[in-house]
Write a protein that binds this ligand. Structure first.
Ligand code: ZN
Length: 455
């Protein structure tokens, strides 16, 4: 499946005298951090990672062994096991590229740094994080493809209805749009594609990020990490004096930054940010728990997105399989999914029963109809994994007048959700099931997400 191990074996057994530095400079002494073997190995690992669409590289010390793993489409794969070799200084070489000290004292600290490199004609940013562990030092490398910041809003995986809802939200001149979801759930891609959608010479977009992941032309991006002289709150205040129309605040972490973000959004700015919450409507509770008054939340919020990233089934080897009707109905009942939405031939009586998720009533429903799910069988294109890329699953709520009134009057989340449903809100489970039914994702990959969301 992966060829890195094979290529590595060829690399370490090549005759020493033919080994030349990859950049064509002066040959370095064998065994040094700049030795051709080490520099070629670093280039080989990075190239293999990008050609395999890896999002992260893990370099982990073991007993007399260094292991390299790639994260591809959300899953980790072992790609290389290297026996100890005095001629290879893998971590040291990467640290030099990222300007991290390589002495032994420094290797007992954790470091964050980055570097860029052109591989196969494309420029990539690598974000390095080192971490001292029992067996030595572990390194994690996040790969940022500069083209990823160019993701079109139409291509992040929104179905027509949620897309239309989001378009209405982001057309506003003021208000707050909050994106939530787990780490690695695609929040940054969503925020960047919204900014890209709104970017034009007639608006001033200012961002406050930690760190700036992608540079986008036309945006005024501030890396909060590099602003040593100011804390987050004063940087945020300075942003407001920059005559902005649209402000991106990487993440709202405390009540003080939340309050400034909300105040900016009710004084004629459209503000985008992310927060830790476990549903779109849960954003309201999260802000309330930060001590923001409900009427201010109600007044400020324009919309909220909650999302996860799920591996996308490889189209080349996508294979249908039948799920018995009974099994499908019980899954829908378990996750509160209105099954009638996914069963074309259900009778009206059947539909009523299913809508209420009364499993007992489904006994009366016709039994013959089976449901089709899909999975990837594995092929050459997806290297046998059955997956190719990732796709978002979303829930988007627009805070319309009646939803705001409900928030201001302290209504429980269920009541707020019921009102939002009337205005087009669809839960994450419905969006996920739509994508399962249309063969974009595999049910097994959303099962635990749905299970966790119910808690
Ligand atoms: Zn395939």
């Amino acid at each position: 499946m992966f060829t890195l191990q094979e290529k590595y074996n060829q690399l370490i057994t090549r005759p020493k005298d033919t080994a030349k530095p990859a950049w064509g400079g002066k040959p370095a002494a064998p065994g040094s951090q700049e030795s051709p073997l080490t520099t070629d190995l670093v280039k080989l690992i990075l190239t293999e990672a990008v050609t395999n669409r890896a999002s992260d590289i893990h370099i982990e010390p073991g007993k007399n062994l260094i292991r390299v793993r790639f994260r591809i489409d959300g899953k980790l794969y072992i790609v290389l096991d290297m026996a100890e070799n005095q001629e290879i200084h893998l971590l040291a070489r990467i640290k030099i590229l990222a300007n991290i000290p390589t002495d032994s004292v420094s290797s007992r600290k954790s470091w964050d740094a980055r570097f860029s490199m052109v591989l196969l004609g494309q420029e990539y940013d690598f974000r390095i994080s080192t971490f001292p562990v029992l067996m030595g030092e572990k390194m994690a490398i996040r790969i940022l493809n500069k083209n990823a910041s160019q993701v079109d809003l139409k291509k992040i995986g929104l179905r027509p209805q949620p897309y239309a809802l989001l378009e209405q939200i982001i057309q506003r001149k003021s208000g707050l749009l909050i994106v939530s979801g787990p780490t690695g759930g695609g929040k940054t891609t969503t925020l960047y594609s919204i900014l890209k959608h709104l970017n034009s010479p007639t608006v001033n977009i200012v961002t406050l990020e930690n760190p700036v992941e992608y540079h986008i032309d036309g945006l005024n991006q501030c890396d909060i990490n590099k602003k040593v002289s100011e804390d987050f709150t004063s940087a945020l205040r300075a942003t407001l004096r920059q005559d902005p129309d649209i402000i991106l605040i990487g993440e709202v972490r405390d009540s003080e930054s939340a309050e400034i973000a909300l105040r900016a959004s009710i004084t004629g700015h459209f503000v985008l940010t992310s927060i830790h919450a476990n549903s779109a409507i849960g954003t309201v509770m999260r802000l309330a728990n930060m001590g923001i008054e409900r009427h201010i939340i109600a007044y400020a919020l324009a919309g909220a997105i909650y999302q996860h990233l799920v591996p996308r089934i490889c189209e080349k080897c996508r294979t249908p399989y039948v799920v018995p009707r009974e099994k499908f109905l019980s899954l829908c009942a378990q996750f509160g999914i209105p099954a009638h939405l996914f069963m074309e031939s259900a009778s009206p009586a059947d539909k009523d029963a299913l809508h209420l998720s009364h499993v007992s009533k489904t006994d009366e429903a016709p039994k013959e109809e089976a449901i089709t799910f899909y999975k990837g069988a594995g092929c050459e294109i997806c290297k046998g994994s059955g997956y190719l890329g990732m796709i978002g699953i979303f829930e988007i709520v627009q805070f319309t007048e009646d939803v705001r009134e409900a928030i201001a009057s302290n209504a429980p989340s269920a009541e707020i959700e019921a009102l939002a449903v009337k205005k087009g809100f669809q839960s994450l489970s419905i969006d996920a099931m739509e994508k399962v039914k249309s063969g974009l994702i595999h049910f097994d990959d959303i099962y635990h997400i749905l299970l966790e969301k119910q808690r």
